[in-house]
Design a protein around this ligand. Structure first.
Ligand code: T3D
Length: 257
């Protein structure tokens, strides 16, 4: 792979967007590589959590604008073949996806970050719904997730104005989980990812499924689904181990089964 670095360490599939000269902006090859590694993360049993970050000083500046204006570029194809599958794969992966936003996240880059399950950001990171500045509309699931995370009023203002939001402000808005000093971002993100990789993976996957469904369901539908999925969680080996360890007053050893 040329534009993505990927490794598996301690149960974590670590993905780094790696086109730092153009702030890790997306062209088709990078999107295809990301899609392939997301598939690998979803399918490999030994991977129990994913950590996504960017190389260099940025997380991701969204679409590579030079690639987007190439004569052969078709924006509908770019959205359908790059961004839509990436966002669907992150949301449908039955494992936690942690995002470490190491610098600016703009356009599709901002919406890629907020589609992840738990988002940490470096103090110097920022988020920009940059689309309106170039006459485009927000994509990559932004119009779905952002109003649900921070409310319609703030989402509308950010998407129409394209204002830059600091990491601190993003946390206060509820757009991300936590702000971490620049120097310790990767260390904390790795620690968090390795921690969740040791947790009951099937239960976390079912929790994610419920949270996804809660975006559309009414209360009764959600209560029914909780009942069904709780029955599935109760059948996992990790549930058995959790209860046994509790009763034996020891630390559980979860295997993701
Ligand atoms: O196909 C479609 O278009 C549909 C899909 C759309 C999805 C989208 O994501 S649309 C939104 C696209 N992204 C943007 O509009 C953001 C563009 N970038 C910026 O506004 C700024 O670069 C940042 C605010 C992100 C960072 O600013 P700054 O001052 O820290 O860095 P810079 O100097 O602007 O950028 C550094 C280099 O990266 C520079 O190259 P150079 O001069 O050193 O050779 C710059 O051209 C390059 N770069 C930054 N963003 C992009 C980019 N090159 C290509 N595409 C980019 N998006």
């Amino acid at each position: 792979m040329e534009s993505i670095s990927f490794s598996i360490i301690n149960g974590v599939g670590r993905i780094t967007l790696n086109r730092p000269d153009v702030l890790n902006s997306f062209n088709m090859p990078m999107a295809k590589e990301l899609i392939a590694v997301l598939d690998e993360c979803a399918n490999k049993k030994e991977i129990r959590a994913v950590l996504l970050t960017g190389a260099g000083r940025a997380f991701c500046a969204g679409q590579d604008l030079a690639a987007a204006i190439a004569p052969s570029a078709d924006i509908k194809v770019i959205v359908q073949q790059q961004y839509n599958p990436i966002i669907s794969k992150i949301r449908n992966m039955d494992k936690p996806v942690i995002c470490a936003v190491n610098g600016v996240a703009a356009g599709a880059g901002a919406n890629l970050a907020i589609a992840c399950d738990i988002v940490l950001a470096a103090t110097s990171a920022s988020f920009i719904q940059a689309f309106s500045k170039i006459g485009l509309i927000p994509d990559s699931g932004g119009t779905f997730f952002l109003p649900r995370l921070i409310g319609l009023q703030r989402a509308t203002a950010l998407m129409m104005l394209g204002d830059k939001v600091s990491a601190q402000q993003a946390m206060e808005f509820g757009m991300i989980y936590k702000v971490v000093p620049d120097e310790t971002l990767m260390q904390e993100a790795e620690k968090l990812a390795e921690h969740v990789a040791q947790m009951p993976t099937k239960g976390l996957g079912l929790t994610k499924k419920l949270l996804n469904a809660s975006m559309d369901n009414n209360l009764n539908q959600q209560l029914d689904m909780e009942g069904e999925l709780q029955a599935m969680a109760a059948k996992t080996a990790d549930h058995g181990e959790g209860v046994k360890a509790f009763l034996e007053k020891r630390k559980p050893v979860f295997k993701g089964e």
